[in-house]
Design a protein around this ligand. Structure first.
Ligand code: AMP
Length: 298
C-alpha cells in the first residue's frame, strides 16, 4: 500500500502575535509526512542541504517515515519566512530562498514509485508531472499555489488532468478558474480533471466536493492559535493518510478523512513549527476526532 509525498522540506522563520521562531523545521512535505505517519507507511521525497540538522532527520526516521527518497546535497536548505497579521488567517511572505530546492529533480526510489497513494505537494508543476511519470499510484492528490497558477498554468493544467483530488484554498480556486462563486469554481476544476476537490477555508474549516456531492467540516474552534504554518499540509497528510490506511476512496471514507485532516491540522496550530504535531499520539487523535463528531452532529 503506502503513501508517497513529494514537496518542500524547509527551515522556516515565522512571526505571529505569540512570538518569533527562527529556522524551525518546516516545509509542506514535512508537515504532510508527520501527520500521515499516524495512519500509514509514508515515503518522503525531497531535498535538504548540508546545513539541515541531523536531529530533524532523526525525528522523521523515528516516526517510521521512509526517508530513502530524502536527498541531502551540498548547499543550503530551502528557507521560508513569514509574518502573520493580528488576523491569524492573513500572512505576508517575507522571504523565500530556494537554495538546494532550485535544482531539485525528484528521483523516486522503488518503494516510493510503487506506493498506491501519492501526494504532490506544492512544487513547480513540471516537477509534479515528472513525479507522475516515475510513479505508479492509483490515487493522486495535488496541492498548488498562486505562483504556479499565474506563471505555469499550462503545466499545471496538464497535471490537473492526471490527478484524482485537488486540495486548494478558495482564493486559489478563484485565481485558477476566474470564478468568484466557490461552487461554480469547483465545478470548473472538476471539468479540468480531479473529481474530488477539497477547498480549505483556514479557521472556517474545509469543504469536500465529490462529483456532485458536497460535505462541510468545521475547523476545530481554538482559543489560541500559536502558529498556523503548515496547517494546510498537515490537513492533507491526515486526509491522505486516512484514505491510504482505509484503502478506500468511497464517499464515507472521504468524509472521515476530511475530519482526520482537520484533527491533525488543529494540533499543528498549537505550537510553532512541528513542535506539537511531532508529539501527537493516537489517543490525542481519537479524542479530538470524537470532539469533532460532537461539534458537528445535530
Ligand atoms: P502552509 O502554511 O500550509 O501554506 O505551508 C507553509 C509551508 O510551506 C512552510 O513550512 C514553507 O516552508 C512551505 N513553503 C512556503 N513557500 C513555499 C514554496 N514556494 N514552495 C514550497 N514550499 C513552500
Amino acid at each position: 500500500m503506502g503513501l508517497t509525498v513529494v514537496g518542500s522540506i524547509a527551515l522556516d522563520t515565522v512571526e505571529t502575535s505569540a512570538g518569533k521562531n527562527a529556522d524551525g523545521l518546516g516545509g509542506a512535505a514535512t508537515y504532510f509526512a508527520l501527520a500521515a505517519s499516524h495512519y500509514t507507511q509514508v515515503h518522503l521525497v525531497g531535498v535538504v542541504g548540508d546545513d539541515f540538522p541531523q536531529e530533524h532527520i532523526d525525528l522523521l526516521g523515528a516516526k517510521g517515515i521512509d526517508i530513502e527518497g530524502l536527498e541531502r546535497v551540498e548547499g543550503k536548505t530551502f528557507r521560508w519566512s513569514g509574518r502573520y497579521h493580528d488576523n491569524i488567517n492573513a500572512r505576508d511572505t517575507l522571504d523565500t530562498q530556494l537554495n538546494v530546492f532550485e535544482h531539485f529533480k525528484p528521483e523516486l526510489p522503488e518503494a516510493a514509485k510503487n506506493a498506491k497513494y501519492l501526494f504532490l505537494g506544492n512544487i513547480h508543476p513540471s516537477l509534479q508531472l515528472e513525479v507522475l511519470r516515475q510513479a505508479r499510484p492509483e490515487f493522486v492528490a495535488l496541492d498548488t499555489m498562486n505562483l504556479w497558477i499565474d506563471t505555469t498554468r499550462k503545466e499545471l493544467e496538464e497535471a490537473l488532468a492526471k490527478i484524482d483530488c485537488l486540495i486548494i484554498n478558495d482564493e486559489e480556486i478563484f485565481e485558477l478558474t476566474g470564478e468568484r462563486n466557490l461552487v461554480r469554481g469547483v465545478h470548473k476544476i472538476q471539468d479540468m480533471g480531479p473529481s474530488i476537490v477539497a477547498p480549505k477555508k483556514g479557521q472556517h474549516g474545509c469543504l469536500l466536493f465529490v462529483k456532485n456531492k458536497i460535505f462541510s467540516a468545521p475547523a476545530f474552534p481554538m482559543a489560541e492559535v500559536i502558529d498556523p504554518t503548515g496547517a494546510g499540509d498537515t490537513f492533507a497528510g491526515g486526509f491522505m493518510g486516512y484514505i491510504a490506511q482505509q484503502d478506500s476512496v468511497d464517499y464515507d471514507t472521504l468524509k472521515r478523512a476530511v475530519i482526520h485532516g482537520s484533527v491533525v491540522a488543529s494540533y499543528t496550530c498549537e505550537e510553532f513549527s512541528v513542535d506539537r504535531i511531532a508529539l501527537v499520539t493516537q489517543e490525542d487523535i481519537d479524542r479530538r476526532f470524537d470532539a469533532f463528531v460532537d461539534l458537528s452532529r445535530f
